[in-house]
Design a protein around this ligand. Structure first.
Ligand code: SAM
Ligand code: SF4
Length: 336
């Protein structure tokens, strides 16, 4: 009997993986246009197609009742959605949640770092691809480095349990800044993860195969000047971490191409329209919006739809830089 009850309140897929982590995208909009994430001219969803903040919180509640203890609020840029702090507060108050986290480009953190902390956000990831203002602008097309650096300072002041920097390295764009970025983070007691670019959506700015710079190359570059010690550190994500002995901080590598992590996948994503994506690199999905809208207040119905979705969670992604993208969703739609 106990087993039945436990299984009903857990999300387990056909490969025996337990899903306990959901990423909720609150908007596909953003104040940046990073070259690896979006095209220069983007068409965003009409606002009326988005789920309301209350509906997103309702989905978060269903997931926590199904055993998800970690929720990441992301986007697009989550902090450009109006009143988004209310969603953080609602999610932070869910009884089952132990980790409420977010990923941001940092541009709005001067305003929002303290309200996020007060809403219960424990850890925050801030994306930063360059420490040189002109290069930062080239990579984000419109971003202002000074604003992001001020945002990082504001996050440090707000006292989050953990701040991590996320960096996408593109060959011949920012690969010469790898060590500088690690030192910038280390001097502030911040960890950093390097992410291999994924072929999500079409990009008009560069050839992804030519720009590929593997985690192994990044690690080798760092080892020219720094000492990287293996660790068993796990943060519930796909990063493989090393401790930098000179700074005492961690450097992580997220390597969807060179070191596939799908066998340990513990997560799903919900887009701002309510589409439940079972895999970052595949199209398998279930639309939660009809259930949320046609059965308001019926959490059991929503939980059943989410539970059933586990049947179509695929074994893994299939990224291949030799073929044109098969996933037409850009990362801002997927929810990074
Ligand atoms: N706007 C926020 C930000 O930039 O942090 C949150 C959303 S963004 C989609 C989340 C993360 O995805 C960022 O760290 C970004 O660098 C990363 N990202 C975006 N497009 C990517 C791609 N094609 N391959 C790998 N990482 C990507
Ligand atoms: Fe915006 Fe984040 Fe995508 Fe950059 S990576 S365009 S900041 S959503």
């Amino acid at each position: 009997m106990l087993d039945v009850v436990n299984n009903e309140n857990k999300l387990v897929d056909n490969f025996g993986r337990t899903v306990n982590y959901v990423r909720i995208s609150v908007t596909d909009r953003c104040d940046f246009r990073c070259v690896y994430c979006m095209e220069e001219e983007m068409e965003f969803l009409p606002r009326k197609q988005l789920l309301t903040l209350e509906e997103l919180a309702w989905i978060g509640r269903a997931f926590t009742e199904l055993g998800a203890s970690k929720i990441r609020v992301t986007g697009g840029e989550p902090l450009v959605r109006n009143n988004v702090i209310k969603l953080f507060e609602d999610l932070g108050n869910l009884p089952g949640i132990s980790e409420l986290v977010t990923t941001t480009n940092g541009s709005q953190l001067v305003k929002y770092a303290k309200p996020l902390k007060a809403a219960g956000v424990k850890r925050i990831n801030i994306s930063l691809d360059s420490l040189q203002a002109d290069k930062f602008k080239q990579m984000s097309r419109v971003g202002d480095l000074a604003k992001v650096l001020a945002g990082i300072d504001a996050a440090l002041d707000a006292g989050f349990e953990k701040i991590k920097i996320n960096t996408v390295i593109l060959k011949n764009r920012n690969h010469d800044e790898i060590t500088d970025l690690v030192m910038f983070a280390g001097e502030r007691g911040i960890d950093i993860s390097f992410i291999e670019e994924m072929p999500l959506g079409v990009t008009d700015s560069h050839d992804r195969k030519e720009a590929y710079y593997s985690s192994d190359q990044i690690k080798a570059d760092l080892e020219n000047t720094l000492t990287l010690l293996p660790t068993t550190e796990k943060t519930g994500g796909p990063s493989k971490y090393f401790k930098i002995s000179e700074t005492g901080t961690l450097v992580g590598f997220i390597s969807p191409h060179s070191h596939n992590f799908c066998d340990q996948c513990n997560r799903v994503r919900v887009t701002c329209e309510g589409r439940l994506l079972l895999c970052l690199g595949q199209e398998h999905s279930v639309d939660l919006k009809p259930t949320v809208r046609s059965h308001p207040g019926d959490i059991d119905k929503l939980k059943q739809v989410i539970r059933d979705s586990m049947d179509i969670k695929p074994k893994g992604h299939d990224f291949n830089l030799d073929v044109k993208p098969v996933i037409f969703r850009h990362m801002n739609v997927t929810g990074g």
